[in-house]
Write a protein that binds this ligand. Structure first.
Ligand code: ADP
Length: 303
């Protein structure tokens, strides 16, 4: 049975934030795809045309480190989003203790994440829901960001679906303090948390509520103060936290290089205006510097 006269439905891949995701074959290209079926809820018109129009814009977002949105169409009251199929995701890789992650692997994953982010931020599109299971990995090891722009179109998912609690661990302090105006910095913060998770192979800041999340952030990085972050006290949900000093970052990441820690601290800077951008992070000496094994490999190749 074909969907929209084009896609041959295969097995269900999982239940996501917005609905069921299933595998399918695109009979037009022979390509394996993943189709996200999005419940449109109780919209009177059945199909939300605003969402559809915005989705069309996402189809223009083409980059090697972004999951391509191949097609989008309404079908039986659901919106169907067709994406390129990916083998696995970064969460699965981080959790799988049989997989060894070398410093070069971590750097490569971070470079691909930052490249995808920088590309979208340049086009003024925010992700807003960055977490390791949204970073998909293809059979060739290529990492691509999934679900770009969906959080804005369909609303922040974690408020409506309880299984989304993990997203909290990647929330920036300005979001946790209720900022209504925020920018690309929220994605950079999340990428910083993912970086930390790659380094230690466990989620960095595992808050159990929004208040606890801020507590965990301040315990790890020191309490945010107006001297570091002038706009802090004007945020809607601002409450004063008891002051704690930051332990040395090095003590939390014993195996990381100095360059890695320097970039990490810049991605986890409290003031979003002072936080490093994805583009600047790509130009940071950690991300720019190739691992010496890579040079050794090149050298051997030349020989
Ligand atoms: P969540 O909203 O919880 O992040 P998703 O809706 O993104 O979940 O995905 C639900 C399931 O579908 C997950 O198991 C995920 O691995 C799988 N999935 C999502 N997108 C793809 C894709 N492009 N290729 C392969 N599997 C995918």
């Amino acid at each position: 049975k074909k969907v929209a006269d084009r896609y041959l439905k295969r097995e269900v891949l999982g239940e996501g934030t917005y609905g069921v995701v299933y595998k399918a074959i695109d009979t037009k290209t022979g390509q394996t795809v993943a189709i996200k079926k999005i419940r449109l809820g109780k919209q009177k018109e059945g199909v939300n045309f605003t969402a559809l129009r915005e989705i069309k814009l996402l189809k223009e977002l083409k980059d090697p480190n972004i999951i391509e949105l191949i097609d989008a169409f309404p079908h039986k009251g659901n919106l169907h989003l067709v994406f390129e199929f990916m083998e696995t995701d970064l969460e699965t890789v981080i959790r799988n203790t049989n997989i060894f992650l070398s410093p070069a692997d971590i750097k490569s994953y971070m470079q691909m994440t930052l490249k995808g982010l920088a590309f979208c931020h340049k086009k003024w599109v925010l992700h807003r829901d960055m977490k390791p299971n949204n970073l998909l990995i293809g059979s060739n090891g290529q990492l691509k960001l999934a679900d770009f722009g969906l959080a804005r179109i369909f609303g922040s998912p974690d408020r409506r679906f309880t299984h989304q609690v993990f997203a909290r661990w990647y929330r920036s302090p300005e979001l946790l303090f209720g900022a209504k105006q925020y920018g690309a910095g929220v994605d950079v913060w999340a990428a910083g948390c993912i970086f930390a998770e790659l380094l230690n192979r466990r989620p960095f800041l595992q808050g159990t509520s929004d208040i606890d999340q801020l507590g965990k952030i301040f315990a790890a990085l020191g309490t945010a103060t107006p001297s570091q972050w002038p706009d802090l006290a004007y945020l809607p949900d601002y409450v004063e936290y008891q002051y704690v000093a930051a332990p040395p970052l090095r003590s939390l990441f014993p195996t990381a290089s100095d360059d890695a820690l320097d970039l990490l601290s810049k991605m986890l800077t409290y003031d979003p205006k002072a936080r490093i951008t994805a583009q600047q992070a790509l130009e940071h000496r950690y991300a720019k510097r190739f691992h010496c094994f890579f040079f050794l490999f090149l050298f051997l190749l030349v020989l």
